[in-house]
Design a protein around this ligand. Structure first.
Ligand SMILES: Nc1ncnc2c1ncn2[C@@H]1O[C@H](COP(=O)(O)OP(=O)(O)OP(=O)(O)O)[C@@H](O)[C@H]1O
Length: 253
């Protein structure tokens, strides 16, 4: 059997906070199968972004392992890690992160150019068509709607044919309709075999995934397969309530 797209074992991440150390991740064991779409949810401060960053090789964990497509990231020096980030993973951010002076096509091609790799305009055109923007190649970001910008960002994440696309709140800046368009696209990509790991606060966004992982205080505390938005919302409400209770208890101590 082939290795999972992402595997973590006893993943821990500690930050030096102002009021003492903060354990953002306290032992995460995770297997993300190839071609699956996993959503990560949890109350604010539960460790979602830290987990995404460690899994994507953007942050070195304090201890534990991350394997991406069977490659142990802790065995890589910074040069190899940077190469892995350029070639094996794609990123989609809430704020799109497109370069305003470049056209949609140029933005999509940027990861290849930054890596001194050959650009095939037919590949760019195919990606633009795949994200439903076949006729927008020469538009600059300020000539595109939020949903269109995010679809350009998704195409940019795909240009290197990455093992995993990591998305941090990809619909956080979008209206409901554009969010739905982007999520439908992401769902289609997963159905075509693309592995996707997405952090979100939105139960509707999470309902597009195959599995939701719920984080609380740096641990995976629950999972939900084939999630519906109401079921996700109900579990989140319970988690947020207990996080608030814990914070209040810590406050009165
Ligand atoms: N660079 C840092 N330095 C110190 N503490 C940090 C740092 N980054 C994150 N933290 C702390 O680690 C914990 C987890 O943060 P993280 O951003 O991963 O949570 P999150 O679930 O993504 O939160 P949110 O939903 O609010 O974005 C929090 O207590 C946060 O304050």
């Amino acid at each position: 059997m082939s290795a999972p797209a992402v595997r973590t074992r006893d993943l821990r991440c500690r930050f030096a906070g102002e009021a003492g150390p903060v354990d953002a991740l306290r032992g995460i064991n995770l297997d993300v199968e190839r071609g699956s779409f996993v959503a990560i949810m949890g109350p604010s401060g539960s460790g979602k972004t830290t987990l995404l960053h460690c899994a994507a090789g953007l942050r070195v964990p304090t201890s534990g392992t991350v394997e991406l497509d069977g490659v142990n990231l802790s065995g890589l020096d910074e040069t190899r890690l940077a190469e892995l980030r350029r070639r094996r993973v794609g990123f989609v951010f809430q704020s799109f992160n497109l370069l305003p002076a470049l056209t949609a096509a140029e933005n999509i091609e940027l990861p290849l150019r930054l890596d001194s790799r050959q650009v095939d305009p037919r590949h760019t055109a195919a990606l633009l068509a795949r994200v439903g923007l076949g006729n927008r190649d020469r538009h600059r970001p300020d000539q595109l709607s939020g949903g269109q910008k995010q679809r350009v960002a998704v195409a940019r994440a795909l240009i290197t044919n990455p093992e995993v696309v990591f998305a941090d709140e990809p619909t956080g800046a979008l209206d409901i309709r554009s969010a739905r368009e982007v999520l439908t696209l992401v769902r289609q990509l997963a159905d075509q075999g693309q592995t996707i790991i997405m952090v979100t606060h939105d139960p509707v966004a999470a309902s597009f995934s195959d599995q939701v992982l719920f984080l609380a205080d740096g641990l995976i505390v629950d999972r939900l397969a084939r999630p519906s938005a109401p079921a996700v919302a109900s579990r989140m409400a319970t988690l947020v309530e207990s996080a608030e209770r814990a914070a209040n208890a810590a406050g009165v101590r």
